[in-house]
Structures are given as structure tokens and as C-alpha cells.
Ligand binder design. Structure first.
Ligand code: AMP
Length: 400
């Protein structure tokens, strides 16, 4: 839908212009304002460096955490400015606010190649409210607007969509282009066989993805908590495992629909069960037909890992979204990490669809082994559901 359609930063003249880049610099911080993972900053460096090299006046903005419209020092972007300065090996000017006279004065004094980082957008309630006046205040700072914040592209906020109505031109940055290229490109034109590996807690959270990808893939592999709604829907007992009673009918419908279309549908054949979701709980491995009463299935078992690995062995495109079990706890993480390694080792184009799944890939220490790991949780899901992203819809269309 967006691919090849939206203009990018390379297609506009930015020399000497005020280039306003909406980035996703929402990094995790420890209690003492130290950045614990600067991946998000690093991912947007190509866009920033390009703008510097082209002689633009680079103005960066982002949200950080959820200060809910109030100035809370704990959510200040000062630590990001310091890290960015180190990564760019260049001075980064910091503005104490993101709109207003003082900021406008700083921008007016900027020279070509200067980099300015504005304070947290969410210190103003207008940002999340997509307030018109706030959008206009931001737009005052921009000759060219660039959205490189894929992770926030599903939000209808001022700096994402509102601002685009008041700037001369709105285009995509390199990270945005890459995310769309992989997530949308793979789904629109997959090299087949195309397999989707889906997991996570609930069917209800992934209905859109299951429906949309179910239409396009050759194989669907379902693990995680959501598998037990599918298994229960087939008439099996699943003990105290997570089941969404309201989704049983949908689960059966989607499985039958897939089978009618010749799509192969795989569910776990064994699982790790425990008496409670607790790292120290008693556990055992049973087949999914023998989950004892009072026990919960919290991970897929070794036979399922083998089955899933064989199912994806000949795939040429694999998209993975959602963990296979409660991977946050050691006792229930093996299935997720084994599947992560299997996908990473495959010769297919492998795409990891954001959020918890990217975190699991990161924890397994193998993110580099995938063709692409998305930086956006909600945004990636929305794109995989085939739904429009406000942050992309708002960008200028390329004239064909
Ligand atoms: P989601 O946000 O829907 O992708 O779900 C991710 C969450 O699903 C993770 O926090 C996992 O702990 C959880 N999860 C995965 N498998 C199970 C399971 N079998 N039972 C309960 N929760 C699960």
C-alpha cells in the first residue's frame, strides 16, 4: 500500500533547510538517567547523518516514556542528547522545550550542518491530543518534515500526523523506508513458500494479523498462549491453560478456512505445564492431549519445536510475531529461544515483527542473524494487519 508510494528524504532538496525529523528516541533508562539500550538512537543515525552531510539544519524531536502532558525531569531527553553527541561525534544543541519563542530563537541561529534536539514532546498534552495549535507550533520549526519514527507511526499524535498539514513537505526517513520495505514488501510479494509463525498471549490481540496473513501465507504455525484457544476449540481439554472462551468459534473458523485454501496449519503437539505461572513452580512436559486438570501450559515442548522446525525448513520467507511461551521466565523460555534460533538459522528471508518478539530475539543474542528485526511493536502489528498507519498516510505521495 505504501511501498513505492511515499516520498523519502532523498527526493527533496534539504540543503540549508530546516529539516525537522520526528525520531523514535524512546530509549529505556535506569533509575539514574542512564540509557540501558541505545538501539533506537543508533537506528535513526543514517537519516541524521544524511541530513548533516547534505548541509541541512537538523532539528530532532521525540517522545520518551509517558509523562502525560507534564514536565517530569525523569523523562527528559538530556541523556539522549549526550549519547547522540557521542554517536555522531559532533555537538548536539539541546533545547529545554519543543515549542515556543526560545526554541524558535535557537532554530533561527542554526547554521547548515548543526544538530538540535528538542525536549520531550509529551511534556505538552497537545502532542497526544493531536492538538491543532500545538501541531502548528511544531510546524513553525520546519521547512521539510521527516518521519523516521516507525515505532510511533500508528499513533495519531501532533508530531506524527497533525504537523504534516502545516509543513511545506512531509517525507519518510531511511528507517521508516526500511521498515515498510520489509514488513509490507515481504507480505505483498513473498518468495514462496511463505510461513507465518505466530505466538503471544491472546488470539484477540492478533485477530487482525491472523486474518490478514492467513490470506497470504502457505503455512501458519501457532504457538504461545493463543494456541490453547485453538486446541480447546477442537474439543480437547487444556487444563488451566489460557483460553479465550469468546474466541473459540473464531479459532475454528480461521483454521477451517485455512485448510480449505490449502494453507497448512500447525499447532503444538506437546507443552511445558506448571501448576502456576511462577519461575519456581513444578513443571513437566506432556502432550497437548494430556494436559492435567489444574495445570497450565506455559511453553511449547521439544516435539513441537521439532515439528515447527520441520514445517519451516523449506520456507523461503518467514515472518515471526509473538513468543512461543512465557519467555520472560527461564523455565518457560526454551521453546521461544529454540524457534528463534531455527528461524535465524534458516536460509529464508526472516522478518521479526516487533515488540516482545524483537525483545526475545535480542535476549537470545541473535538479532543480527535475521534478515530484519522491526523496531515497532504496535506499528508493525498494525501494518501486518493490513491497516493504514496514520504516520505514513500523512506523508506526501510520490508523483508517478
Ligand atoms: P503478545 O503481547 O500478545 O505478543 O504476548 C506476549 C506475552 O505472551 C508474553 O509476555 C508471554 O509471557 C505471554 N505468553 C506466551 N505464551 C503464553 C502462555 N502459554 N500462557 C500465558 N502467557 C503466554
Amino acid at each position: 500500500m505504501y511501498l513505492n508510494n511515499k516520498m523519502t528524504i532523498e527526493e527533496v532538496d534539504i540543503k540549508g533547510k530546516r529539516v525537522f525529523i520526528r525520531a523514535d528516541l524512546n530509549v529505556p533508562l535506569d533509575g539514574n538517567q542512564n540509557i540501558t539500550d541505545d538501539t533506537r538512537i543508533r537506528f535513526t543515525l543514517p537519516t541524521i547523518n544524511y541530513a548533516i552531510d547534505e548541509g541541512a539544519k537538523v532539528i530532532l524531536c521525540s517522545h520518551l516514556g509517558r509523562p502525560k502532558g507534564k514536565r517530569i525531569e525523569q523523562f527528559s531527553l538530556v541523556p539522549v542528547a549526550k549519547r547522540l553527541q557521542r554517536l555522531l561525534n559532533k555537538e548536539v544543541i539541546f533545547a529545554n522545550d519543543c515549542v515556543g519563542k526560545e526554541v524558535e530563537d535557537i532554530v533561527a541561529k542554526m547554521k547548515a550542518g548543526d544538530v538540535l534536539l528538542l525536549e520531550n514532546l509529551r511534556f505538552h498534552s497537545g502532542e497526544e491530543a493531536n492538538d491543532e495549535a500545538f501541531s502548528k507550533s511544531l510546524a513553525k520549526l520546519a521547512d521539510v518534515y521527516v518521519n523516521d519514527a516507525f515505532g510511533a507511526a500508528h499513533r495519531n499524535h501532533s508530531s506524527i500526523s497533525g504537523i504534516t498539514k502545516y509543513v511545506p513537505v512531509a517525507v519518510a526517513g531511511f528507517l521508516m523506508k526500511k521498515e515498510i520495505g520489509y514488513l509490507e514488501g515481504a507480505v505483498a510479494n513473498p518468495v514462496r513458500p511463505f510461513a507465518a509463525v505466530l505466538g503471544g498471549a491472546k488470539v484477540s490481540g492478533k485477530i487482525g494479523v491472523i486474518e490478514n496473513l492467513g490470506e497470504k501465507v502457505d503455512k501458519v504455525i501457532i504457538g504461545g498462549g493463543m494456541a490453547f484457544t485453538f486446541i480447546k476449540a477442537m474439543g480437547q481439554e487444556v487444563g488451566d491453560s489460557l483460553v479465550e472462551e469468546g474466541m473459540l468459534e473464531f479459532a475454528n473458523k480461521i483454521r477451517k478456512k485455512a485448510q480449505e485454501r490449502g494453507v497448512k496449519f500447525y499447532l503444538p503437539v506437546d507443552c511445558v505445564v506448571a501448576t502456576s505461572m511462577d519461575p519456581g513452580a513444578e513443571t513437566k512436559i506432556v502432550t497437548t492431549q494430556e494436559i492435567p486438570k489444574g495445570w497450565k501450559a506455559l511453553d511449547i515442548g521439544p516435539a513441537s519445536v521439532k515439528l515447527f522446525a520441520e514445517a519451516i525448513a523449506n520456507a523461503k520467507t518467514i515472518i515471526w510475531n509473538g513468543p512461543m511461551g512465557v519467555f520472560e521466565m527461564d523455565a518457560f523460555s526454551r521453546g521461544t529461544f529454540a524457534i528463534a534460533r531455527t528461524i535465524a538459522d534458516s536460509y529464508a528471508t526472516t522478518i521479526v515483527g516487533g515488540g516482545d518478539t524483537s525483545l526475545a530475539a535480542h535476549r537470545a543474542g541473535i538479532s543480527d542473524a535475521f534478515s530484519f528485526v522491526s523496531t515497532g511493536g504496535g506499528a508493525a502489528l498494525q501494518l501486518l494487519e493490513g491497516k493504514p498507519l496514520p504516520g505514513l498516510t500523512a506523508l506526501a505521495d510520490r508523483k508517478l
